[in-house]
Write a protein that binds this ligand. Structure first.
Ligand SMILES: Cc1cc2nc3c(=O)[nH]c(=O)nc-3n(C[C@H](O)[C@H](O)[C@H](O)COP(=O)(O)O)c2cc1C
Length: 154
């Protein structure tokens, strides 16, 4: 099973760290949405991933999904956040619904955050994603893989 995860990760590379843990246990291409387009039709399953900025997925990921996500493709969502995830992946779930894409699951964990005033106190969610977060991320992807492969056999 081949998976693409289309991501945006800039603040501290927190989201990318989580995705790299997932890529340890699966056949995953990590696609930076600011750098490349992708033939998402060629993948069995597509993930979208972002840090949370202003309570939402970064706009480039939302736009990428609007433009590139094929109809009916199984999807999942991954995000990291400092302490207030807001709407989380809600906008992404709406795009998936518009395109009749089944949502296989959602993973989130805290990510080190030094945005704005948090910088003055040395940041929040220090040390995250930590080893436990990575372990949870690996397990999550294995569940996604099982769900997607189950769907492919049906
Ligand atoms: C401009 C900006 C806005 C942010 N907004 C939020 C937010 O609304 N809620 C939150 O919990 N964290 C917020 N954060 C913290 C990030 O979501 C968190 O550090 C995340 O792990 C960053 O992911 P990245 O390192 O992959 O970019 C914000 C960070 C930045 C730089």
């Amino acid at each position: 099973m081949k998976t693409a995860i289309c991501y945006y990760s800039r603040h501290h590379g927190n989201t990318l760290k989580v995705l790299q843990a997932m890529a340890d246990v699966g056949d995953i291409d990590l696609i930076d949405v600011t750098k490349q387009k992708a033939a998402l039709a060629d993948y069995d399953c597509v993930g979208f991933a972002s840090g949370i900025y202003g309570f939402e997925f970064q706009k480039a990921v939302v736009e990428f999904a609007h433009q590139q996500l094929p109809q009916s493709k199984p999807v999942f969502f991954v995000y990291t956040y400092g302490g207030a995830k807001g709407n989380g992946a809600k906008t992404m779930a709406e795009i998936a619904a518009e395109k009749n894409c089944p949502v296989l699951g959602e993973f989130s964990c805290k990510g080190f955050d030094t945005f704005g005033p948090f910088k003055l106190v040395g940041g929040i969610a220090k040390g995250h994603p930590n080893e436990k977060d990575m372990e949870n991320a690996r397990r999550f992807y294995q569940e996604i893989q099982a769900a997607c492969e189950g769907g492919m056999k049906r």
